[in-house]
Design a protein around this ligand. Structure first.
Ligand code: GDP
Length: 495
């Protein structure tokens, strides 16, 4: 809770209790100091320790980031690594160390893995740089660190060749390969960390989560980080980081809520989309509901009708949407904006985020036909219906981010189990969502949804190696505050 060292941010405090740096100019990123005005006030305290860790990180990034002499020296050392027998280590030479994030999977997965890489950078005094992949990161997010950039400069002579194509855990320079060969990872000029879900069963890659391997990695100046996962709960399992994490996050269940709002301010182009949708859909409403509908036909197929039934069933029994009353006679519709006592009806706006249009169409039809019920007028909107996932497309990602941000403006959110898109929306909002649980055998489960126990995302593919026991283990049974996820029992999350 909020001890003497913690402050609950006041929504009028544009720096969110010190989470945001004051050193930016407003116009280059309109959303940075404004997004919070559209969200429910955060109830989650920020520790002053986290605030100072962020300011310390920002000055490290300014000193070591692209364009600085220290950065040029670090790239040079990568090109011609100093003699291995030399006694000057990277840090004794006043050098900087880096973690370079490589993109993979959809925007939700990327946002969660960037957050993971950033927390790792905070814990290890490294500088986080993003490999921009194609053009899909362009004009998507604002720079989060003042006076510098977090984009790895395009450089065809960058000494780590084909860095963007590092995706293979058997690569010669992967941590797992080095450990498998019995070599000391600490002497490598750079290493590739393969932390993608397909490392399950690959115990050498999972040794990343062990304390002794972390000690060795401290000496490696460049790490390339690839993950499609929110590995943050795994960092809480590494003894050497536990104390620091407890000081940064006296409450553990708000890691993404804070770091996500710190890192991911939408660019002006995306903010403009958000403001347009907000203005036409959400602004006038008394109450805002976000419903995020995602289909995973390859592992959890469900028909449109069955899923629609699940959404309606969930929303009505949890009082998120009203039940439908009597049919309004056609010529009476204009009077539908007031209830029987003559009071103006409450306006409830429902924003549906989905690749598919059917769910919002059916909901809109239902509430349109039946008029207000229990004194509520329900209007249903869906900003886009793109049909299918195109994560390499710049405009596609811009719309996806705009919708994640709109979801975070809701008073109540309904999300789809296992979707990282939903995790980002709920996390930025700071709300525990109602989660539409995964179908079994094509049928909606009973109950159709559950109130999530935490606002934290689920780490879908935690290590199944227990470092201390040097044997297989269950990451959900090591400490009390890391438990199996309700929406995805193989995963673990912070409580
Ligand atoms: P996940 O697959 O649900 O975990 O979420 P990801 O964000 O990682 O990948 C899904 C991708 O599909 C998104 O990044 C979008 O590109 C697209 N997508 C899925 N649902 C939506 C949606 O509701 N709106 C928009 N605009 N795009 C979506």
């Amino acid at each position: 809770g909020a001890g003497p060292m913690a402050t609950v941010p006041d929504p009028r405090d544009r720096l969110l209790g010190g989470l945001l740096s004051p050193d930016f100019d407003d116009s280059s990123c309109l959303s940075r100091y404004r997004a919070a005005l559209y969200r429910r006030p955060s109830l989650h305290a920020i520790s002053s320790y986290l605030v100072s860790a962020l300011r310390r990180y920002e000055s490290l990034h300014r000193r070591c980031g692209p364009g600085t002499p220290a950065y040029a020296r670090a790239v040079e050392r990568l090109r011609t690594p100093p003699n291995a027998s030399s006694t000057t280590t990277n840090s004794s030479a006043g050098g900087c160390s880096y973690v370079v994030w490589n993109p993979t999977e959809g925007l939700g997965n990327r946002i969660l893995s960037i957050t993971s890489a950033f927390l790792y950078a905070l814990l290890t005094d490294r500088v986080l740089l993003l490999h921009r992949g194609g053009n899909d990161l362009d004009d998507l997010l604002c720079e989060p660190f003042p006076g510098s950039t977090w984009i790895l400069p395009a450089d065809k002579d960058f000494p780590i060749r084909d860095i963007e194509r590092l995706t293979d855990r058997n690569h010669h320079e992967s941590l797992g390969s080095v450990l498998r060969r019995g070599e000391d990872p600490g002497v490598a000029p750079w290493l590739y960390l393969h932390l993608r879900h397909d490392y399950s069963g690959a115990y050498h890659d999972q040794l990343f989560f062990c304390d002794d391997v972390q000690a060795q990695l401290r000496r490696v100046p460049w790490l390339v980080f690839l993950s499609d996962n929110y590995i943050v709960p795994g960092l809480f399992l590494i003894p050497r980081y536990v104390g620091e994490l407890a000081r940064m996050f006296p409450r553990r269940d708000v890691v993404f809520h804070h770091l996500g709002r710190y890192l991911f301010s939408p660019s002006n182009t995306v903010w403009d989309m958000v403001m347009r949708y907000h203005g036409s859909y959400f602004a006038k409403a008394d109450e805002r509901v976000g419903i995020q509908v995602r289909k995973f036909p390859w592992w959890a197929p469900i028909s449109t009708d069955e899923l629609y039934g699940q959404i309606l069933n969930c929303s009505q029994r949890e009082d998120i949407l009203p039940g439908v009353g009597v049919r309004v006679p056609a010529d009476d519709k204009t009077t539908g904006a007031a209830n029987s006592s003559g009071q103006p009806a409450k306006q409830k706006a429902v924003l549906v985020a989905s690749l598919h249009g059917e769910y919002s169409e059916k909901l809109r039809g239902l509430y349109h036909e039946h008029g207000p019920s229990g004194g509520e007028v329900v209007s249903v909107y869906q900003p886009t219906q793109l049909g299918w996932q195109q994560s390499g497309e710049q405009q596609h990602n811009q719309m996806a981010l705009a919708e994640m941000v709109l979801l975070s403006f809701s008073d109540a959110v309904v999300t789809t189990a296992v979707s990282t898109f939903g995790y980002v929306g709920q996390g930025l909002a700071g709300l525990r969502p109602w989660v539409l649980m995964s179908p079994a055998d094509g049928k909606a489960p009973e109950p159709p949804c559950r109130r999530a126990a935490t606002i934290e995302p689920c780490f879908h593919a935690p290590p199944n190696y227990n470092c201390r026991a040097k044997a297989n283990g269950d990451a959900g049974r090591i400490v009390r505050h890391i438990r199996h996820c309700e929406d995805f029992p193989q995963g673990v999350q912070l409580m």
